[in-house]
Design a protein around this ligand. Structure first.
Ligand code: EPZ
Length: 417
């Protein structure tokens, strides 16, 4: 088991370079099998979710080569075999193999995906989308068989603007016959990145980044080279850490517009920010104004930044609220923040934080990926030593977190116990 130890209360100064986006990478890797030729994806983060997807590719007899920051995927000898539960349950994004394999072979057999326990996380919208394209879905317990004699373009309206369903339907539809229209599509930047990748291979997708995506099916997809966008959630996490401890902290290699909602909330709180073309410089202040947030689909305040933001709310003067609207179980970090000294009450889907409170290091748990990021942020602010268990969750999504923070002056290490 890995644990993380942080000696907190130190200022952080210098530059943190942001890696490629996890939630784009985890869709791009499965998407690469839609061609029979080589796809090179660069700016790929070294995180365990990337490793887990490459392991699935190997199970499918796909040639995968990892070099520094890039993955070269060649599926010319691939076999469409059943993906075992041990692989699918390692991460949520294993479900992108459903759309990709269905799109390429018209058949996929795999198990319900894993991922953070932040809610029920059904995949009904993905399956309804596949059915609209002409597939039948059979399930036995956790095992799903989705197959179609032929995939035909369709008009699909999503009841919820789901990121996963939007991407999965795109993957299944790129090689379908005719035109597919996805209405109420999710608009997250990761979706645009995946659509660009598919278009580079020869797909005909328009409207990605808006709520109507149109896909004209093609019969062949070819070779391509593609770059993963910077991770807006990793960027936002470090900007929040900068607001807590930065003196000053530069968060570099980012697309600031992708975190506009966070930046305006930070400005509202009184955080001193310099926003450049591809960086944000953050200088911590002694006093912040209470600021409330409500999570929403992009371009709203990202649910994935809500947990780290509550740490900053503990340093604001007065009553701040965080309302979570996407996931029903995303306050698991709150009991641990309270152990560190925070004054927080959770009622239904809203956490009310009374601040400012002093945080003091203690033993806490990373219950999920972004809860883990919140624990790191809190540990860096807290006086004394914070020990975080279940660190594996954090390593699923934050590349070289210890090195990046050490380089700006943090005292942080991971130990095997
Ligand atoms: C993606 O999850 C991200 N994961 C999540 O990031 C992120 O929190 C989420 O989008 C929202 O931004 C990946 O990209 C791998 P959704 P996803 O489908 O696609 C409901 C992180 O920390 N829903 O947009 O699974 C669902 O229950 C992770 O990096 C259905 O009801 O999210 C939720 O309430 C955690 N039926 C809402 O929609 C469905 O078929 C939004 O989910 C699909 C979703």
């Amino acid at each position: 088991m890995k644990i993380m130890e942080i000696e907190g209360g130190r200022d952080l100064s210098g530059t943190i370079r942001i890696s490629g986006a996890k939630n784009a990478t985890v869709a791009l890797i499965p998407a690469a099998i839609l061609t029979d030729e080589e796809a090179t994806i660069c700016n790929v983060p070294e995180i365990t979710d990337t490793d887990a997807l490459c392991d699935i590719l190997k199970e499918l007899n796909v040639d995968v080569k990892r070099a520094s920051e890039s993955v070269v995927i060649n599926p010319k000898d691939m076999k469409n075999v059943e993906i075992a539960e041990a692989f699918s349950k390692k991460l949520r994004a294993s479900y992108y193999f459903m759309g990709a394999l269905l799109g390429k072979y018209h058949k996929v057999v795999m198990y319900f995906p894993g991922g953070c326990s932040i809610g029920a996380r059904p995949i009904d919208l993905h399956l309804k989308g596949f059915e609209a394209l002409g597939a039948t879905v059979k399930s036995e317990g956790n095992k799903y068989t989705v197959e179609a004699e032929e995939l035909k373009g369709a008009n699909i309206y999503l009841d919820i603007a789901s990121v996963g369903a939007t991407i999965n339907i795109m993957l299944a539809a790129v090689r379908a016959k005719g035109k597919t229209v996805i209405d109420n599509a999710a608009k997250e930047p990761e979706i645009v990145n995946v659509a660009t990748f598919l278009n580079n291979m020869g797909a005909k997708i328009t409207g990605a980044g808006t709520s109507t995506i149109k896909i004209e099916g093609v019969t062949h997809l070819g070779k391509c080279f593609h770059e993963v966008i910077p991770d807006r959630i990793e960027a936002g996490t470090y900007v929040i850490i900068g607001a807590l401890c930065g003196n000053p902290l530069k968060v570099d290699n980012i697309i600031p517009e992708h975190i506009d909602a966070l930046l305006s909330k930070l400005e509202e709180a009184g955080v001193q920010l310099e926003v450049g073309a591809d960086y944000v410089l953050v200088q911590k202040q002694d006093k912040y104004t209470a600021t409330s947030i409500k999570t929403a689909v992009y371009p709203g305040f990202a649910t994935d930044l809500q947990q780290p933001f509550t740490v900053l709310q503990t340093q604001m003067t007065g009553k701040s609220k965080t309302t979570e609207t996407i996931w029903e179980n995303r306050f698991m970090h709150i009991p641990y923040l309270k152990e560190l000294g925070a004054n927080i009450e959770v009622k239904n889907q809203t956490a009310t934080v009374l601040g400012p409170t002093k945080l003091t290091g203690c033993e806490v748990v990373a219950t999920d990926l972004r809860a883990g990021a919140a624990m790191v942020a809190a540990g860096l602010k807290a006086e004394g030593k914070t020990t975080i268990t279940n660190v594996e969750h954090i390593l699923r999504g934050y590349e070289s977190i210890v090195e990046k923070l050490t380089n700006v002056g943090a005292k942080i290490k991971i130990k095997e116990v």
